[in-house]
Design a protein around this ligand. Structure first.
Ligand code: NCD
Length: 357
């Protein structure tokens, strides 16, 4: 089937507003996964349900055997030219759950890029051998460009954006929302919740993608707490304005804690520094210490995309409201669900899940 991106020039597609790009991509159902804006509420809920079915089926050996047979005839390429532990490994594990074989390039000094090959040619090469490409790059928008390119070749394999520049990290946002859905299952769901974002909000792509996904819920309140240099970008605020989502910006972490239903902590993203400028910023007032647990609502949860540095004290881990380790494992299930949906295996999983209740 011809994909929507095959019918448009790169100039026209790349010049579109994000919401128009997302609408364009949505025409293909779940195929290229490039932007958080591709996911509306129905998609988020279906994907969460699918992930829960996968994890339920995987509890039994018979279920694991079934899951492994689903995509045993497919191969996935993990092309990560930026460092990664969780995203890379959870995609590996998700592929293994569904039976996909994996190839990887994690260090471009070992690939032909080192000999001057363009990323376009590298990705096209991967598409000759693999049926899915998961890619992380420091270049914002590269996954979009590659998806457009492949859609206009004989082998239009799907691309999943596993983090692009400072801009987007849609699958991290999916696992974050899945974690919120599960955490608030007995508190009326995600609607009406106050989510507090803390840390490097200017350069954290996970925050940007998640803030957008939360616009799919009703009566949300987003609090962005950071030193002035690291506050959230005006482009995200404009999106929130347009979606009529209430938000506040502040520099006072302690007084925001008691208001939060969920706290999303982030680390300082100093890999983007040009001259060590992060070192001049005092972030210590934005660290979650064990004394802050007393200020937190009884049903609130603490999330973090990880890796962490000092921004969450290790002794906070033992509190049941610290859900970041669970959040990490949710990433494997939601990524398995996403890959299953891309290859249209969702109905098989849903119909089998009933046997595993
Ligand atoms: C994040 C990333 O790389 O964007 N991590 C992740 O994917 N879990 C955030 C980070 O590195 O701080």
């Amino acid at each position: 089937m011809k994909q929507s991106l095959a019918g448009i020039s790169w100039k026209a597609f790349s010049g579109m507003e994000v919401k128009d790009k997302a609408a364009y991509l949505a025409e293909d159902g779940v195929f290229h996964v490039l932007l958080a804006q591709q996911f509306d509420r129905a998609r988020l809920e279906n994907l969460g349900m699918l992930a829960t079915c996968v994890r339920r089926i995987a509890k039994k050996e018979e279920g694991m055997t079934f899951l492994r047979s689903l995509l045993a005839n497919r191969r996935a390429m993990l092309y990560f030219s930026q460092p990664s532990s969780r995203t890379f490994l959870s995609f590996c594990a998700a592929c293994q759950i569904l039976g996909l074989q994996i190839g990887e390039v994690r260090d471009t000094s070992t690939s032909s890029e080192f000999k001057g090959e363009s990323q376009e040619d590298s990705v096209r090469t991967f598409s000759s051998y693999f049926d899915l490409i998961v890619m992380r790059s420091q270049i914002g928008g590269l996954a979009e460009r590659m998806a457009w390119q492949l859609s206009n070749t004989e082998r239009p394999v799907p691309i999943i954006n596993a983090g692009s520049g400072k801009d987007q990290h849609p699958t991290q946002a999916l696992l974050d929302v899945y974690t919120l859905q599960r955490s608030f299952e007995r508190q009326g769901g995600v609607d009406g919740k106050t989510i507090l974002f803390v840390g490097d909000l200017a350069r954290g792509r996970t925050v940007r993608s998640l803030a957008w996904l939360l616009t799919n819920y009703r009566d949300m309140q987003l609090l962005f707490v950071a030193p002035p240099e690291l506050q959230i970008g005006g482009d995200i605020l404009a999106l929130l304005d347009r979606a009529k989502v209430r938000y506040e910006l502040s520099g006072d972490f302690e007084s925001a804690i008691p208001r939060a239903d969920a706290i999303y902590m982030t680390r300082i993203q100093d890999e983007w520094d040009t001259a060590g400028e992060s070192q001049k910023i005092d972030t210590s007032k934005f660290w979650f210490m064990s004394r802050h647990l007393a200020l937190l609502k009884p049903h609130a949860v603490i999330l973090h995309p990880f890796p962490r540095r000092q921004e969450i004290a290790v002794d906070v881990d033992d509190d049941p409201r610290a859900v970041y380790w669970r959040q990490m494992r949710n990433g494997m299930w939601i990524r398995a669900a996403l890959i299953a949906a891309i290859f249209r295996k969702d109905a098989d999983i849903l119909s089998l899940a009933e046997r595993f209740v």
